[in-house]
Write a protein that binds this ligand. Sequence first.
Ligand SMILES: [Zn+2]
Length: 233
Amino acid sequence: MAKQKAVSYAYIAGFNVELTFKRMKSIRLKLNPPHGDIKISAPFGTNYSLIHAFVLSHGPWIQQQRERLQSAPQLARNPFCDGAIHYVFGAPFKINVSQSTEKKGVVLDKKNGLLHLHLTNPVQQNIEGEIDRYYRNELREKIPALLEKWQPVVGKSVNEWRIRKMKTRWGSCNISCRRIWLNLELAKKPLQCLEYVLVHELTHLHERYHNKRFYHLMDQFLPNWREIESNLN
Ligand SMILES: [Zn+2]
């Protein structure tokens, strides 16, 4: 049976494009609200250079329409589009996505407040994955020193720590294995939040429950923990 439709994603003339080949006569362009995602439909077998020229000639129009769409204040912007704001340890950075054949990955430009993402295929899914990988590495770098600082204070140590995405918790502690899980999202929060969650989970090695004893210990280890907790949530 003949293919009815073939969808792919491409980076064309500076834009991320969803490209669909189907049975039709000419190339068509559509911008989807709310973010102005670009959808191009083209007849089967259309030469790539024709599509490139088509996108290029519509560049100013695309920009104009996108600005119009994105100035609508009630619409949430796509968090993984170029220019979106992402936080690294509490500080905002604008993501700057570019296509690159070199494996430069993610580069943080603190001076200009930019998080550069150099990707071979800069589509949303890859942008999201690359940012997660960046967050994971940042946490991996910070955690050992924090454990070294806080384990002696708390008087307990962990066998193992791991990072994962969690929906409802900032951290968790498996007491019998002495294993701590930390939420990947902590890389977005000020560093003292990561510190607070570590101390909280370490304190569980003394006391399983959130009872008086637990909070009394927290008061001893990290007197301003309530303030940090309210910032975190
Ligand atoms: Zn707890």
